[in-house]
Write a protein that binds this ligand. Structure first.
Ligand code: ADP
Length: 376
């Protein structure tokens, strides 16, 4: 912005700051009433920014953006940025501005552009969470705006797989999810002490999940992946009521009893009228260092689940990919970096990127045609 031959006013500074977005909410800080006192002393400007919470992890970024915006004004040579914290009233006003008075589930609103995939498996240990984080990381690497809701009350391993040690920040009744590798994450594990097992049942669990969907500020997401506990039980049904347009992604190993998984997932899908987007077969084979390929866990599980589910639901439920067994998986998840990022040239990574093609949102002109189900 170029302003010349006239004194610089507070209004000019405000106008310049309108290009600065809050890094979490992605709306101009001026619109969110985050700009406090401004003083101008010749070529120097002091700006006070009101943060939503004192421990805002994004201070540096805000300082940088505010300084750049103000220094772009012709005639300003130095800027000092100070921080204050919003009062409870200011936070409530901000939350109302962003989420309205009665928070609803943004993904079940007509016109929602977010594709929601519930990742399910027949039993634990088949790699459901590993598949979820790797698909999310691959989506983020393709510039898809992606979030994970870790609803696996028994495992809740997603934060550690992504190296996340922080929980959400709270602004009034709104929770801002932490981000890792470009993925927004909320996990039941963030709400329990020291990784204790979660003992929530029935109505309490339902309430908690609803809260994760209504009170978390997910922003504009293209894809939300929901990691469900194994066994497709009550939680799957609860979520289907809250997210009627969600689709199921089934993870299996080659050896798993196909009929059992297919029947469980199929029963949920038939009852909830959800589409099964496809099946991912994990740990399909192992390429040993001596060049031989071995099948460690049998063969054909994915194909059998696909056949059985397609028959049960009378619609095509394809196998989207076969992921090889790779010992790197455990190592990478221990370090908090998904395989697709830490081993970009591995065969498993290539499969994840193939699968992602089936999950990437449909062109905008077609979005909305699926949304014919009334939220429960
Ligand atoms: P689930 O969520 O189904 O319980 P996890 O994703 O936690 O399963 O995976 C269970 C274990 O198997 C983890 O130690 C993980 O690192 C490992 N694992 C998952 N997929 C693979 C794979 N393709 N190759 C090797 N190890 C894997």
């Amino acid at each position: 912005m170029i302003i010349s031959a006239q004194p610089i006013t507070i209004e000019h500074i405000h106008q310049a700051l309108a290009v600065v977005e809050d890094p979490e909410i992605h709306r101009p800080i001026t619109e969110l009433d985050m700009v406090g006192a401004i003083t101008i002393d010749a070529a120097h400007v002091d700006v006070r920014i009101l943060l939503t919470v004192a421990a805002c992890p994004l201070r540096e970024r805000i300082t940088h953006d505010v300084r750049s915006a103000v220094l772009a004004i012709d005639g300003i040579s130095t800027v000092t940025v100070e921080f204050g914290v919003m009062s409870d009233e200011q936070r409530t006003a901000l939350r109302r501005k962003v989420r309205g008075d009665e928070p609803s589930i943004p993904f079940s609103e007509p016109g929602s552009r977010t594709r929601v995939y519930c990742v399910v498996s027949g039993k634990g240990g088949v790699g459901k969470s590993s598949v979820t984080v790797n698909l999310a990381a691959a989506l983020a690497a393709r510039n898809v705006r992606v979030g994970i809701l870790d609803a696996d009350i028994h495992g809740h391993s997603i934060p550690s797989m992504l190296g996340l040690r922080t929980g959400p920040t709270q602004v009034d009744r709104m929770l801002m999810p932490p981000t890792a590798h470009g993925i927004k994450v909320i996990s039941v594990g963030m709400f329990v002490e020291d990784n204790e097992p979660v003992l929530w049942r029935g109505p309490m669990l339902h309430r908690a999940l609803r809260q994760f969907l209504t009170d978390v500020y997910w922003g504009d997401l293209d894809v939300l992946l929901v990691d469900l506990p194994p066994g497709t039980g009550d939680i799957a049904i609860s979520l289907a009521q809250m997210l009627p347009s969600a689709e199921l992604l089934v993870v299996t190993t080659p050896q798993t009893t196909a009929a059992q998984i297919a029947e469980r997932a199929g029963a949920v899908a038939a009852q909830t009228k959800q589409r099964v987007v496809g099946i991912v077969e994990n740990m399909s084979w192992y390429d040993a260092p001596d060049g031989t390929r071995r099948t460690l866990f049998g063969a054909g599980g994915g194909a059998r689940v696909s056949e059985r589910l397609s028959g049960l639901l009378a619609t095509d439920c394809p196998v989207l990919g076969h992921i090889p067994f790779d010992p790197e998986f455990s190592a990478t998840s221990d370090h908090g970096t998904p395989m697709v990022l830490s081993a970009p040239d591995s065969p498993a990574t290539a499969v994840f990127f193939d699968i992602v093609r089936a999950l990437i949102p449909v062109p905008r002109s077609l979005v909305g045609l699926r949304l014919t189900v009334t939220p429960g």
